[in-house]
Each structure stands twice: as C-alpha cells, then as structure tokens.
Design a protein around this ligand. Structure first.
Ligand code: AVJ
Length: 323
C-alpha cells in the first residue's frame, strides 16, 4: 500500500450517535414529523442507493457521469487544480474520471475525500492510493455541514460536491452551506457542484418511485436504521413510500405514509410516537435546479458561476464556480 495515506478524524462514532439521537428526537416530535435524509446510508442503505443509480428511471448518476466523461479534461485545464477535495465521497467512479484528468494535465498531487463514514473512507483511500501511487491521499472523517474550516488547505483545490447532494438541503441551508464553503476557498480554488435539473414531473416522480420498488426499500430502510441504532420497533411494512413533486418549491419530496395507526417505541430516546393512519412523514427533499436558480444560489454565497455544463439531454448540470 501507498505510504502516503493520512486520515484525520473530526467526528467520532459517539458524535454521530448523538447527532442521530437529536435529529430523530427533533424530527419525530415535530409536526409534521420529519427525518433527515443523511440517516439513509448505513451499509444496507448505501447498497440500496447503489442499486438506485443503476435503475432505468434514475438518470442523475448516468447523466452526471456523461458530463464528467466529456468535460473532465476541460475541468482540469480551466481549474489548474492539483488537489481534488471530494465532499461526500461517492462510489469512486466519478472520482476517478476527475483524478485521471488532473493526472493527464500533469497536475495531480493530492486527493482529499471527506465523509462521515470512517470505514467507507478508509477503504476508498486504500483503493485510490493503490491506483495513484504518486498521489497523497488525505482522507478526512468529518461532517461537511459542520467541519468545513478543518479541511486541509494545501494545494490548488478543486472542491467537488457531486450527485446533486446539495439539493438535499432546503434553500436557506443550501445557501448557508455554500457561504461557509466559499469562506474556506482561496482565490485559486474552484467549486464543482452537481445539480439535477427541473424537468417533466412524470420523469422526476419515476426517478424517485421506480417500478421495481428499490427506492421504496431505500426510503423504508431509515426505519431499520432507527430500529437498530435506537432500539426502535418500527415495522417498515406499516409505511408506504411516496414521491411527490412540489412544483412551487421545485423539489421532490420522499415521504413515508402510515398505512394504519402506528404506535412506535424508540427505546434509546425513551420516546413513544403515534402516527394516525394516512399520516405522512417527510424523509428527503431533492431540489431540482434551473440555470437561474443555480446562479442565484451561488451568487448569494459570493460564488461566481464560471462554467455550466449539461449532458446532451439537458437533464443534469455541473456548475463550476469561483470565489
Ligand atoms: C444521493 C441525495 C443525490 O436526491 O437523488 C436517490 C438520493 N433519494 N433516490 C437524490 C436519492 C432517492 C439522491 N442523492
């Protein structure tokens, strides 16, 4: 293995457990009830998400990959980056398209994957280090909603948030995240943001409610996470999966709808929660962008849109922004 692997840990298993307890307590005692999407991704949830990315209906992953395949060399040239910082390190495939391009441009020195999951990061770091022996891999276990100022500052950085992850945050939060991110950038750094675009509602709904039911299982999996991590007693089958297009907010909302009256116990929180039959709980928003809204979000955070690349069908965009 490559000697040049370093792993910084800004987040312990204990921090994560505390955040989960707080999120679940706040979400289940709120009205309407809500759970944040970040808790979907345990081992099973991550595997289900991988399956989602291969579904016919779920175009975002393929579209973003098509843009990267076509534009990675240009991204390397216009940014001149020697360091790739990836926030929410993904499956690795898109990472490699970018790393290969930075390498081909003769600039690649450092890869900084950032994720909340230490196990996942360590594995990803090992694999990348093995395949890019001259590259320093500096993995950071952190919550990029909280630890942005702790990210390594060396090099000329390309900071990537891919997969339209930014769309999981409501507008105010999205802008504050981008503002905090902007504050950590030097004038030579660049930000690359994947953004899913507004399109026909039927296609959007199908992408989040596929015929084979994988997304439904992914959605219900959050209840299994609560059962395991917090000693809850949800029966996932008591809840139906819903994907609703909100045409005003321009986001897809995933919800879980109680199919009957449910009384659930969450042991670790000493909490009992009642759902009436038909009650809906939001589990995710996935905002869809237009060029104007993307530009406005970036501008509100002090970021200038430098390039806007879409796939040929115009389904997805990569925005390159400068501080
Ligand atoms: C990984 C957050 C971008 O919002 O499209 C996929 C997650 N949810 N299907 C998205 C997801 C339902 C995905 N992100």
């Amino acid at each position: 293995t490559n000697a040049a692997i370093r792993i910084d840990r800004h987040l312990t298993a204990d921090d994560l457990a505390k955040t989960l307890r707080r999120d679940v307590h706040d979400g289940l005692t709120a009205s309407p009830k809500e759970l944040p999407p970040k808790w979907f991704y345990d081992e099973q949830g991550s595997a289900l998400f991988e399956r989602i990315t291969e579904l016919d209906e779920y175009y975002p992953t393929r579209s973003e990959r098509a843009i990267l395949t076509r534009r990675a060399a240009e991204i390397a040239t216009v940014t001149g980056a020697d360091t790739l910082v990836e926030l929410g390190a993904g499956s690795g495939e898109k990472t490699r398209l970018l790393l290969d391009a930075l390498h081909a441009a003769g600039n690649l020195r450092r890869f900084v994957p950032v994720d909340v999951s230490g196990d996942f990061l360590a594995e990803a770091a090992e694999r990348i280090a093995a395949d890019y022996p001259e590259t320093v891999v500096h993995a950071v276990i952190a919550d990029f909603e909280r630890h942005l100022t702790l990210l390594p500052a060396e090099g000329r950085r390309l900071v990537a948030i891919l997969g339209s992850t930014i769309g999981n945050h409501p507008p105010q939060r999205r802008r504050s995240l981008l503002t905090d991110l902007r504050a950590t950038l030097t004038p030579d750094d660049r930000l690359l943001v994947g953004m899913d675009l507004v399109k026909e509602p039927a296609r959007l709904r199908a992408a989040y409610d596929d015929a084979s039911g994988v997304t439904a299982e992914f959605n219900r999996n959050v209840l299994r996470v609560l059962n395991r991590e917090l000693g809850a007693d949800f029966a996932p089958g008591d809840f139906a999966h819903l994907a609703v297009w909100d045409a005003t907010a321009e986001w897809i909302e995933m919800r879980l709808r109680a199919q009957r009256d449910v009384c659930a116990r969450v042991e670790a929180l000493d909490l009992t929660v009642d759902f009436t039959a038909g009650e809906e709980m939001r589990t995710e928003i996935s905002a869809k962008f237009r060029p104007e809204t993307a530009r406005a979000d970036l501008a509100a955070a002090g970021l200038a849109l430098e390039h806007w690349w879409t796939d040929p069908a115009g389904d997805f965009a990569l925005a390159l922004a400068r501080p």
